[in-house]
Design a protein. Structure first.
Length: 201
């Protein structure tokens, strides 16, 4: 598993060597919960956005016992849709992800959190169901999490927090959504690509 996590850091290290780490465009998805129809729409947006790397914040394949079954629920199909992007995906585990899910996926999903060093700040990825104290957040960090299915983009306690919302099962009256990070601008968009909220940091 350590080698699998090293692969994720290698993606960022390559762009450090090229001097492009802060010029990359990242697409951020969370809480897919096995909805292949919504995932396909999100992947179509990934192509249209021209993003280089996809950050997945957990709860990828299983709908979870507390959630309704999505209309487009097809967990194995979700894995098939994601696997062609394996070399461009960095992912963390969610509370609904299981060991058997990893058997279907060609990229690692076992990390409870990831810290990606950028130029001048850090991206801290986690699903959002674990205590924040585990993350040892620093001033200026960009914390990315999902779990609540409620989109968010704001500054808290000296660091920045963004939740892209849920691709399939949004809550709180929010639309299905994703986020894009380019430079120091994070934009949350609906699945039609229309901006909903922005965070400049």
């Amino acid at each position: 598993m350590a080698l699998a996590f090293k692969r994720d850091f290698d993606i960022i290290e390559e762009h450090f060597r090229k001097g492009t780490v802060n010029k990359m465009k990242y697409m951020i998805l969370s809480d897919i919960h096995g909805d292949a129809e919504c995932l396909q729409k999100a992947l179509d947006r990934y192509e249209k956005e021209g993003a280089q790397t996809m950050l997945l914040l957990g709860d990828l394949l299983y709908h979870g016992p507390r959630n309704p079954i999505p209309a487009g629920y097809a967990a194995a199909q979700c894995a098939q849709l994601l696997n062609p992007y394996a070399d461009r995906i960095i992912a963390v585990t969610g509370n609904c992800d299981a060991e058997v899910d990893q058997m279907l996926l060609d990229f690692p999903i076992g990390a409870p959190y990831m810290i990606l060093p950028m130029e001048g700040y850090r991206i801290v990825m986690t699903h959002g169901h674990r205590p924040l104290e585990e993350l040892h957040l620093q001033a200026g960090d960009l914390l990315l999490h999902g779990h609540t299915h409620i989109l968010k983009a704001e500054k808290e306690n000296g660091y920045y927090v963004a939740n892209p919302g849920s691709v399939s099962l949004p809550k709180g009256g929010n639309p299905r959504s994703y986020a894009v990070l380019e430079g120091r601008m994070l934009t949350i968009k609906n699945l039609d690509g229309e901006p909903i909220r922005e965070l400049r940091f």
